[in-house]
Design a protein around this ligand. Structure first.
Ligand code: PXP
Length: 252
């Protein structure tokens, strides 16, 4: 039996901070969650420092940078403030995401094609500082080609629409969306980009995405932190890991 290359799992701990901030307390501690995630087999930790600091805060990023033994994937908007913070901490990876203050979560992908020159200038110092620069985009070929032109190392494909269609029972549209993600992954890989995916993934939706052969990493947060309420963080992560590995074996 052939098996596809192992997929890394990046665990996003933002919503541990959401819970902490809801009461203005100092618990639950995102760093403690990150350490548990490491122990449960996470290959990396993802944290999004939003402009409004609604969950992860600057001290969280400092603590994660100092204490993690697995790579930190620092999600941020393409602003001068965030660039300065990233250059101070030099995380393993920086994932550039679009950000609107009023949104509940990152709703769409980055419009790289419309903002190519600015983004090219924006990511150059991050790349020079040794960060792997990832762009969070949709599966449209023009976005993927623009990401390759500005020499991003990685694209992370937005799986939010795929997951929403699945949960709404719109299965034909879901399958069309998956096919577009598959084509996007193939195109990105052919252009020399490393391909990641994430947003909205759950136990029910992860396998068909994990089976896309060109993928190398999934980033998953909200569902895992929610599931941790019922089964604990380590078992939730371990089960996600199992589903990912099984999908790679089956698809190989
Ligand atoms: N990847 C990116 C770029 C994201 O912005 C997010 C959400 O912060 C995720 C992955 C994880 O999404 P979710 O929390 O829905 O699993």
């Amino acid at each position: 039996m052939t098996t596809l290359p192992r997929l890394r799992l990046g665990v996003n701990i933002d919503h541990v901070a959401t819970l902490r901030n809801a009461r203005g307390s100092n618990y639950p501690d995102p760093l403690r969650a990150a350490r548990l995630a490491e122990a449960a087999g996470a290959d990396g930790i993802t944290a999004h420092l939003r402009e409004d600091r609604r969950h992860i805060t600057d001290p969280d990023i400092a603590a994660l940078s100092a204490a993690l033994t697995v790579p930190l994937n620092f999600e941020m908007a393409a602003t001068a403030e965030m660039q300065a913070i990233a250059l101070r901490h030099r995380p393993h990876a920086v994932c550039i995401v679009p950000e609107k203050r009023e949104e509940r979560t990152t709703e769409g992908g980055l419009d790289v094609a419309a903002d190519e020159a600015r983004l090219a200038n924006f990511i150059a110092p991050l790349r020079d500082a040794g960060c792997r620069v990832s762009l969070f985009i949709g599966h449209e070929p023009r976005q993927i080609r623009a990401a390759a032109r500005i020499k991003a190392a990685v694209v992370e494909l937005h799986t939010g629409a795929y997951c929403d269609l699945h949960h709404a029972g719109r299965l034909a549209e879901r399958d069309t969306e998956r096919a577009a993600l598959a084509r996007g992954a193939t195109l990105a890989h052919s252009l020399g980009l490393e391909v990641h995916a994430g947003h909205g993934l759950t136990f029910d939706t992860v396998a068909p995405i994990a089976a896309l052969p060109e993928l190398r990493e999934l980033n998953i947060g909200h569902f895992l932190i929610g599931e941790a309420i019922f089964v604990g963080l380590k078992p939730a992560i371990a089960h996600m890991r199992q589903l990912m590995d099984a999908a790679r074996t089956k698809a190989g």
